[in-house]
Design a protein around this ligand. Sequence first.
Ligand code: ZN
Length: 100
Amino acid sequence: MEKTICENCGELEGSCACRRRFCSDFSGDEKLVFIDGHDDALLGVAEVEGDTRVVYDHGAVIRRLMRRDGMDLEGAEEFFNCNIEGCNVSPSAPIFLRPC
Ligand SMILES: [Zn+2]
């Protein structure tokens, strides 16, 4: 996968905090729940029943687990279900988008 440079700050996209900053700007004082290490899978924010929630690309999270942590697809899915999606049950938990 080719590396993209963030047009805001010139850092490597995905490792800079611009996307998080954008989400935080949008939500104002509301506290957002992010998952660490997956900023490059961050798509934006969505409002659900009055709560602002951060939206991630599910596939990008899985790909990153496979690439960065050397997991196979099954392992990455399992890790995701148990440790990423499973531990976030609050109303402000991130949303993981599965594009059709
Ligand atoms: Zn940036």
